[in-house]
Structure formats: structure tokens, C-alpha cells
Design a binder for this molecule. Structure first.
Ligand SMILES: C[S@@+](CC[C@H](N)C(=O)[O-])C[C@H]1O[C@@H](n2cnc3c(N)ncnc32)[C@H](O)[C@@H]1O
Length: 445
């Protein structure tokens, strides 16, 4: 178990101090560390848990330390976060064990004085657990939500402005839940029922998801890449909201489709499934290494109607006009914070304007090679006004030959009526099954 905490401390340090991505850090550290199943699971839980609850942990530490978390050296503050997370959130770990083991792994990174400091604060917190208080909801709702639900102040302020206090708390609660592991069946090979049987034969329990027919929920599973069915191309990991995209764009079997922001290919491969591996998809991606991820996914899933383009979606042009275009643009990603908890700490309010500019440039370029009568789907896995409605409004102003295709009936089909807004779908993550997402469908007259 000591090695699990040592791996976790390194992961937490990289995410908090070097702005690394949680999923990449976890994958890399687990690959390098050779931990057994129990330790892998503990290290993963510690890394995601500390990342998710960072503000709440810092709030507690600040009540007991004579120096603010911000002023501590990076290894000290992250070791303290690791210790307090186990004490406050993991009932199965006895508090003295949480303290001793954290101090032990911190020794690799901290001097004797710092170790004494960490040990003293953790013991003090354990002795005074009942004394921990949070700001008052009535007197200062922003600070209460910020520290109780571990979100940055700017997000709490903006969510309260748009949604009010009650809904903001619901959003925070949803985004702090551990998300279910949802996979998409490769319907070119089998259906969900057959996939579930195959997984059961491999000792993995899984169940159907009522909202989307190809979605399956893995209940108890090892590392995804080690599952035989994964290697055989029977499924790909994909969230439920992302699965709406191919169904809403609905390409025909002989269509020419352009996916302008394709990597790692989750939606490209779904479009290929809907097209029965026929027609043609031009998959565009800016980064070369990421183009390889799309290729690997297509190969594994047995998809061969995709042409790959390593290019800038703001500039690329095609001689043949497309029937359908998907612009699944880079975005703030706030809707998928449950899966990637570090997003809340890494994204800043000033990023939104820049992202909006990029999203508009991608859409404007897409407009130039869409057939008259063709359809363009704009999607982002976030729910900020700047990246959703504002982008569509600005785009429509600049492109008067485009109109919105109403998604009301699709909203009803998927039980998403509450998230239907004047033509498009804006899924605010206030329930656990759908990630936060925005989808608008536009057509060229
Ligand atoms: C939201 S992700 C796409 C996810 C993908 N559609 C899927 O379902 O797997 C956005 C992608 O756009 C890429 N990207 C960023 N800027 C781009 C640009 N100017 N042109 C093309 N791709 C870009 C990013 O590298 C990233 O892979």
C-alpha cells in the first residue's frame, strides 16, 4: 500500500504543479509502477479524489496550519492534501494509518523539518475533526459552495449568475461524482447484448444503458486495454452525450462526411458505424501524434472508410463539398469535469474568449465546403454561454445562408426535453447519466 501512496503523491504533484492531465498521469504511472490490482485501484482513487476535492482539502489544511497552503512548498502541500483526503473521505483507512503512511511517502521529497510539519498538521486535524467548519451557505453562498464542493470561485460565481444557488449545488454534486464507465459497442461486429455476453465470458460484469442502444455500462473491470474484447475491437470508451452526436448528424451510407476535429476518433468511428463502414469520412486533426490515435482506433474497430488529414481545421479546404460536417471543437471541457476533475483548476475565465474565437474560425471554414442543403453539427463538451449559444449566434450573423435545424424531436426521443433550448440541446450536468454537452445542427440553404 505504501507504493500506491507513493505513486499517488507523484501523480497529484504533476497534476497540481505541472498542469498535467489526470487520465494521462494515471495511465503513465500505473504502466511504469507494476502495482498489483489493489494498489492500482487505491492509487487511482487517491489521485482522482485529491484532484477533485482540492479546494475542500486546502480549506481544512488552512484551518490547522500556521502557513497558508499557497505559501507551502509544492511537495509539502501535496503530501498534506493526500493525507487529509484519506482522513476526510476514505472511511476504510484508519486515520493513524493515513497519517503514518503519508508521512512515510513524503520522506522521499521533503526534508526532516517539513516531515515534522506534515506530521504535526495531520495529527492535529485527526484530533480536531469535529471542529472543522465551512463558510455559511446563508451568509456567503459563493465561499460555501467553493469550499464545500471544491470548485474555483470564478466558476461558482458564474454558475450562480446563470442557474441560481440550488442548481449550482446540484451541478457541483454531479461533477464531483465518480462517473460510470460507459463504452460504445462496435455495431459493425456485434450488438450490445452480444457484447455483454462476451464480457461476461471474460469475467467482466456489464449492463445495458437504456438511453442509447449501443451504450454499455462496465461495472467491474480491469485496465481497459487489457480486456480481450477491447483488443478485438468490440468496443470503444465513449460517454453517453458523445454518443448522441452521430445519431443526430445521421450520415447516410454513401455520404461524404468531414470530421474537422477528430482525435482520438471517438465520434469519427461512431459516424463510420452509422454509415455501415461505407461512404467516406475525412478525419482532420491538427496534431500528428493524435492522428495516430484516430488511425489506431479505426484499425482496432475494423473501420476503413476514413481518410486521415493532419491539418488545421481553420484552413483546410476540400475540392469535393461535404454532405455532412462535424465540428467537435476544442472547448473548456467543463461538462466532463466528473471524468477529468483537474479541468476546474486548469481552465481560467480568460480562456473562454480564445476558445470562442477558435470555435468560430473552425465553423466558418467548415461552412465553406458544405454542400447546399448539407448539414453541419457543432458540438462542445461544455455549457458556458460563450462557447455555445454565443458561438452559434455569431456564426449565424456572419453566415446568413445558414439556418438552425430544430432538435426538439430528438430531445424527446432521448428524454432530454429539459435540455432543449430554442432549436438546440444544451445538457447542463445536473444529473449523473449525461455529461455536460452542447449540440446545434445547422443547414446551408
Ligand atoms: C474535443 S476534441 C475532439 C474529440 C473527438 N471528436 C472525439 O470524439 O474523439 C478536439 C480535437 O481538436 C483538435 N484541434 C485543436 N485545434 C485544432 C485545429 N485548429 N484544427 C483541427 N483540430 C484541432 C484537438 O487536438 C483535439 O484532438
Amino acid at each position: 500500500m505504501k507504493r500506491a501512496r507513493s505513486v499517488a503523491l507523484q501523480g497529484i504533484y504533476r497534476i497540481n504543479e505541472e498542469e498535467a492531465y489526470s487520465n494521462l498521469v494515471v495511465n503513465k504511472l500505473l504502466q511504469e509502477s507494476n502495482l498489483d490490482k489493489r494498489d492500482r485501484s487505491l492509487a487511482t482513487q487517491l489521485i482522482y479524489g485529491v484532484t477533485r476535492w482540492r479546494n475542500s482539502l486546502d480549506w481544512v489544511i488552512n484551518q490547522f496550519a500556521n502557513r497558508k497552503v499557497k505559501k507551502m512548498t509544492p511537495w509539502v502541500r501535496n503530501a498534506l492534501r493526500l493525507g487529509v483526503y484519506q482522513i476526510n473521505y476514505l472511511d476504510r483507512i484508519p486515520n493513524p494509518v493515513a497519517c503514518n503512511e503519508t508521512v512515510e511517502v513524503a520522506k522521499a521529497h521533503c526534508n526532516r523539518g517539513a516531515i515534522k510539519f506534515i506530521n504535526g498538521i495531520l495529527r492535529n486535524i485527526i484530533r480536531n475533526l469535529a471542529e472543522i467548519t465551512y463558510p455559511s451557505l446563508e451568509e456567503d453562498p459563493v465561499q460555501y459552495i467553493r469550499y464545500k464542493y471544491s470548485q474555483p470561485q470564478w466558476l461558482v460565481q458564474r454558475w450562480r449568475k446563470y442557474f441560481g444557488t440550488e442548481k449550482t449545488i446540484k451541478i457541483c454534486q454531479t461533477l464531483n461524482q465518480i462517473p460510470p464507465m460507459i463504452i460504445r459497442t462496435n455495431t459493425l461486429k456485434l450488438d450490445s447484448e452480444q457484447l455483454i455476453s462476451k464480457l461476461e465470458e471474460e469475467g467482466i460484469s456489464a449492463k445495458e444503458v437504456s438511453q442509447v442502444k449501443e451504450a454499455v455500462n462496465l461495472l467491474d473491470y480491469p485496465a481497459i486495454a487489457s480486456i480481450d474484447s477491447f483488443q478485438a475491437g468490440n468496443f470503444i470508451v465513449q460517454g453517453l452525450s458523445s454518443m448522441l452526436v452521430a445519431h443526430l448528424l445521421k450520415p447516410q451510407e454513401d455520404d461524404l462526411v468531414v470530421d474537422l476535429c477528430s482525435a482520438p476518433g471517438g465520434k469519427t468511428t461512431h459516424l463510420a458505424q452509422v454509415m455501415e463502414n461505407r461512404g467516406q469520412i475525412n478525419a482532420v486533426e491538427l496534431h500528428k501524434a493524435k492522428v495516430n490515435l484516430i488511425k489506431e482506433n479505426c484499425q482496432r474497430l475494423g473501420i476503413n472508410n476514413v481518410e486521415f488529414y493532419c491539418d488545421d481545421g481553420r484552413e483546410i479546404s476540400f475540392t469535393q463539398q461535404a454532405d455532412k460536417i462535424l465540428v467537435d471543437a476544442p472547448c473548456s471541457g467543463l461538462g466532463i469535469m466528473a471524468k477529468k476533475p483537474e479541468i476546474r483548476w486548469h481552465k481560467k475565465p480568460q480562456d473562454l474568449k480564445e476558445l470562442q474565437q477558435l470555435q468560430l474560425e473552425l465553423l466558418n471554414n467548415a461552412a465553406s465546403f458544405l454542400k447546399p442543403g448539407g448539414e453541419l453539427l457543432y458540438t462542445v463538451c461544455t455549457f458556458t454561454f460563450e462557447e455555445t449559444e454565443a458561438v452559434v449566434k455569431k456564426f449565424m450573423n456572419d453566415n446568413p445562408d445558414f439556418s438552425i435545424v430544430d432538435l426538439k424531436s430528438q430531445a424527446v426521443t432521448y428524454g432530454l426535453e429539459d435540455y432543449y433550448q430554442t432549436g438546440y440541446l444544451k445538457i447542463v450536468p445536473d444529473t449523473s447519466s449525461w455529461e455536460g454537452f452542447f449540440i446545434a445542427k445547422l443547414t446551408k440553404e
